[in-house]
Ligand binder design. Sequence first.
Ligand code: CP
Length: 301
Amino acid sequence: FENVISIKDFSRKDIEVILREAEKMEPIAAGMESSDILSGKMLGMMFYEPSTRTRLSFETAMKRLGGDVVGFADTGAISAAKGESLADTARMLAGYSDAIVIRHNLEGAARYVYDTVDVPVINAGDGSGQHPTQTLLDLYTMNRFFGSISDLRVALVGDLKYGRTVHSLAYALAAFGAAMSFVSPPELRMPDDIIHDLQGGGLEVNETEKLEDVIDDVDVLYVTRIQRERFPDPEEYSRIRGAYRIDRPMVEERDLIVMHPLPRVDEISPDVDSLPQAMYFRQAFYGVPVRMALLKMLIKN
Ligand code: CP
């Protein structure tokens, strides 16, 4: 493959190959082994939206493989502030690098950049569209813990309307044949076009507003943040925020794991963190081996 724009471009088999490659990368990601397979290679980073995990794990992945990074995470400090277009900025950075990672607030921005430049492009999140590398690390985490994905029952909880992580993840879990429940307030339901696609693929979609309807029948609670920055109406955000809050009594006696792409605001109480079911920090670490695998496969020597 030459880009990572949409998880829909990847078959189950493609994903399995990436997950196997990521497993081999784990000792290097953890600093127990070293590698220079990307020595002399440069990764261009275009972050038009805030990021902690995605940006820093790509940077770690590139450096752990002997490569380096160049780019920006503060659009106030680049010539976009003087009016330079996304296309021109991407063309410039493509000239300095061997692949580009882009996060942007507009859905479709990564595909647009891919059509503009002649190096591989990775979508690090495009508005409410997709976040395919997050999905790959989510699948890696599930597979690492359970040894399989296809038999799992996964509840996607929270902001299913604007959440790009759950948009990508729903397609990937469907490709593996995992059972899914969508838990959200009515205002933040999974978009109809995604539900339509999933049903077209033969998936039975279970939607509910109440977490208690599904919590006893799932292996994974995949919790997401209600995304204030995507709401056109701040009052609607204020009404909905805090709709779900996972606390220790809800989790400690149950046979499930709790995942979250992070950052969290108040969806998971901090006293859940020390439970063995809390998988979200481990999940964030797995971003490094998964992104190492992608960089190795995308950047040709
Ligand atoms: N999960 C995720 O995309 O986190 P960041 O926004 O910190 O990159």
